[in-house]
Design a protein around this ligand. Structure first.
Ligand code: BGC
Length: 843
């Protein structure tokens, strides 16, 4: 499967950001016209489809001439790099929970004409603001389906909550909160008449540290990500809304994600073992949790487009993982007609006009695509609709999704006050305190507080406007000209501005942005709190060399690291914010730094300053941001988040910092290649293997209390017959069913040894015996988060069930998970580098 043998190309460990993007006014203008005329998102999609269609030999576009000798011009050069898997498996759904739904779907499909069936394989225009819409068939009382963004809450509408983003949920390491957030979001989508929630995100997985969309997902660790996506999918769907887990698969960078001119999308070239043990892992969890929909991704995988990749869709998804739902294309990610149909894509979004629609009818009539394939596309879609009871208990699709929020429209308030505590706790628990010296925090009724930094306050504007509204894309605080240039004009370039300097951020930007209305900034909450306490509060949000009152008991500096879809981040730190922090710290003995970071943010530019006495990564907390930050800073809440990624000392410590950008002169100039040669050695797996000391390791986070770990017990619990080398079970949703047999159970005691109550994320790592093959020293395979009072008896026994999959490696020859024979190392503790309990088990 690896496609790396032709020409070796160094991985972009230290790629230099490209120069300034020229703002293409014309492109933006065209986008604006399309969006306004085309009815909001459909117009945007039209633009992207247009951009995305360029696969010809257009010499005027692309790399500006000067092509290398032997430059590859023909896609057939790559044929065979991604194995062919045909035919596309039909849904099996005749038993279990799918039985009834599949039967009803089949009954409905029998009644449809070919044209009606084909109409359900692609989006169509609607009088709604949904991101995509499957048309109604009134004759059969099918009302259509509304699909809308995204995984962090419903975007582009009013009267919904601003939920914490994926990365924030990852930092909370809290399965219960993830589930509650999923229920809350699902409930809101349903009231708004959104049948499909376009999320959650587990791809990107976070390979590229500067990836523009890493914040939409939970963590760069597949186990953590898998555990949280599983809770999210179950909860969203229990609320009656279909989850579209995305982007399948290996959509790891924004740069070159779509074709442009004569340059195709980047190809993520991944070997089979890495695919299974790293990138596919969380998708497997999502499918096991029942994800009714999967969104195939923009980029190429082993040189075959994600939405026409038969190995990925027919093979991995529909055969190996027994996926029963439907595959929708990312918006404009379809680049083939017959090939996409045969490869397993089921629905084209936002429209099928370019490749399907009447062309698909022709393809059936001329025998290129069997009608049974169309039947299966529609059965999969309708069975999911029936399974969620959307045939009987669902509002009019898109009822709460006004096309234009600036015009008179019916207000449908989707919020449910019983989720306010989830919004608050979710915001609290995704904050990670990483430095706290000289008892700086919690603050103790300071006499005088000084606040600095652009990310403390709300942006100056917060409202939707007609057309290209910053509000609709989570960029009120960002440089909107730059954002729109990147997003609507020519995506995939590095942006220049690493921060959102017009205000605090509640989410990142792009389709995963949240719709912020009832939001509390850190400054809002501080004003309230200091007023109650009678604390003198001074502030300066704008100066980079502010006056610092020497009488301040503490100085709070709020900065951020912005990220958005369609562009990778320009850097992992920024000089403006670092300079501001150092300036304040030079003048204030107790400087507390709070960074809202939509991705990994390096801190070595300031963190060793002796007056930087506390540092908190605040991630993307959603609407309760300020309330949560102040509750933590004042000790009303005890920090309990842990880093879902590693913070390095230097950029060069990461295996893959920036995206792969194919330069001029390579034979791959028209087919950019991204070779995942580091395999699964990403994040802590890499730091462990190379013995690199990080600044803050994966899993690290401080509390206002302390915890001790004791009494490790490792026990084999599977029956003798369950320890065979390979699974033998039948394939159900998620793969062979005995992959989830619990073979080993680990238990440990966690005790609160400090003076205040708090929650601790106890983590379990497994070292799988390597048999000489390169393997990570340890991999996360369990976590629990007990809340412990500060009493003498505040001990909890945490239990970690280890399944066959947790203890297996992917055997590329057998094409199965293999339970390795030998001695497994078991470690339990506070972080990936603080593991006081060590044991073993032999299999
Ligand atoms: C994004 C998807 C999103 C879709 C619809 C695409 O650009 O990649 O994540 O769901 O647009 O807005």
């Amino acid at each position: 499967m690896p496609a790396t043998s032709h020409v070796s190309k160094p991985l972009s460990t230290n790629t230099t950001p490209a120069g300034a993007d020229t703002i293409r006014g014309v492109a933006i203008l065209v986008a604006a016209v399309l969006i306004v005329v085309g009815g909001g998102l459909a117009g945007l999609a039209a633009l992207r489809t247009r951009d995305g269609g360029g696969s010809g030999d257009d010499a005027s576009a692309g790399n500006g001439g000067g092509e290398a000798e032997g430059v590859i011009r023909d896609d057939s050069w790559f044929y065979g790099q991604s194995p062919a898997v045909y035919p596309s498996p039909n849904v099996t759904g005749d038993e279990g929970k799918w039985a009834d739904a599949t039967r009803k779907a089949k009954q409905m499909v029998v009644k449809m004409t070919l044209e009606e069936k084909v109409s359900l394989t692609a989006g169509a225009g609607s009088r709604t603001g949904c991101s995509g819409f499957l048309p109604a068939i009134p004759r059969l009382s099918f009302p259509g389906m509304c699909l809308s963004d995204a995984g962090n809450g419903l975007r582009g509408t009013d009267f919904v909550s601003t939920w914490p983003s994926g990365l924030h949920v990852g930092a909370s390491w809290n399965k219960v909160l993830a589930r509650q957030r999923g229920s809350g979001m699902g409930g809101e989508f349903k009231i708004k008449g959104v049948n499909v929630l376009l999320g959650p995100v587990v791809g990107p997985a976070g390979r590229v540290v500067l990836g523009g969309r890493n914040w939409e997902g939970f963590s760069v660790d597949p186990y953590l990500s898998g555990a949280l996506v599983s809770e999210t999918v179950k909860a969203v769907q229990a609320a009656g809304v279909i989850a579209s887990t995305k982007h399948f698969i290996a959509n790891e960078q924004e740069t070159n994600r779509n074709p442009s001119g004569n340059i195709q999308s980047v190809s993520s070239n991944i070997d089979d073992r890495t695919m299974h043990e790293f990138y596919l892992w969380p998708f497997q969890d999502a499918i096991r949790a029942g994800s009714g929909n999967i969104m195939c991704s923009y980029q190429r995988l082993n040189n075959s487009y994600g939405c026409a990749n038969s190995k990925a869709l027919n093979g991995l998804l529909k055969t190996e993982l027994g996926f029963q739902g439907w595959v929708v294309s990312d918006w404009g990610a379809q680049h083939a007609g017959v090939a996409a149909a045969l490869a397993g894509m089921d629905v084209a979004m936002p429209s099928g006009d370019a490749f399907w629609g009447s062309h698909l009818v022709d393809a059936v009539n001329n025998g290129s695509v069997a009608e049974t394939r169309i039947d299966d596309m529609v059965v999969r879609t309708l069975a999911t609709w029936y399974l969620m009871d959307q045939d009987k208990d669902f509002p009019q699709p898109g009822v709460g999704m006004a096309v234009d929020l600036t015009r008179s429209h019916k207000i449908i308030d989707a919020r449910n006050s019983s989720f306010r505590s989830t919004l608050f706790e979710g915001a609290v628990e995704g904050h990670v305190l990483v430095k706290n010296i000289r008892n700086t925090l919690p603050l103790k009724k300071p006499k005088m507080l000084s606040v600095f930094g652009y990310s403390a306050k709300n942006p100056d504007h917060n409202y939707p406007t007609p057309g290209l509204s910053p509000w609709l894309w989570g960029s009120e605080s960002f440089n909107y000209t730059e954002f729109s240039g990147r997003f609507f004009g020519f995506e995939g370039q590095y942006g220049n501005t690493p921060i959102a300097y017009n205000g605090t951020i509640y989410s990142g930007g792009g389709s995963g942005a949240t719709s912020q209305s009832t939001v509390v900034s850190p400054f809002d909450a501080l004003v309230q709190r200091t007023y109650e306490d009678g604390t003198a509060l001074f502030w300066d949000f704008v100066s980079d060399t502010p006056f610092v009152n020497p009488m301040s008991d503490a100085c709070l500096v709020f900065g951020n690291a912005y990220a958005t879809e369609a562009a990778d981040r320009p850097g992992a730190r920024d000089e403006y914010t670092d300079t501001l922090i150092r300036h304040v710290a030079d003048r204030c003995a107790s400087t507390v730094v709070v960074l809202h970071n939509a991705g990994t943010r390096l801190v070595d530019g300031f963190v060793d300053h002796p007056n930087v006495t506390a540092l908190m990564f605040a991630h993307l907390p959603g609407e309760a941001s300020g309330r949560a930050a102040v509750a933590l800073l004042y000790g009303e809440e005890n920090p309990s988040g842990k880093l879902p990624y590693t913070v390095a000392r230097n950029e060069s410590d990461y295996p893959v910092l920036g995206p792969d950008v194919e330069g001029e002169g390579s034979i791959f100039a028209r087919f950019p290649q991204s070779n995942f040669t580091e395999g699964m050695f990403l994040d802590y797996r890499h730091f462990d293997a190379r013995n690199i000391t990080p600044r803050y390791e994966f899993g690290f986070g401080l509390s206002y209390t302390t915890f001790s770990y004791d009494n490790l017990v490792v026990e084999k619990v599977g029956s003798a017959g369950q320890f065979g080398e390979y699974p033998t079970g039948r394939v159900v949703e998620g793969g062979q069913e005995d992959l989830w047999d619990v073979l080993v159970e680990v238990a440990a005691d966690v005790t609160n040894t400090g003076k205040v109550a708090g929650a601790e994320v106890a983590q379990l790592y497994v070292g799988i015996p390597t048999e000489g093959a390169p393997a990570p020293a340890r991999q996360l395979r369990g976590f629990e988060k007990p809340f412990l009072n500060a009493t003498a008896t505040a001990t909890a026994t945490v239990r970690f069930p280890l399944t066959r999959r947790d203890l297996s490696v992917w055997d590329v020859v057998a094409q199965k998970w293999r339970l390795v024979r030998g001695e497994y190392r078991i470690e339990v503790g506070r972080s990936s580098r603080d593991l006081p309990l060590v044991g073993k088990v032999t299999i």
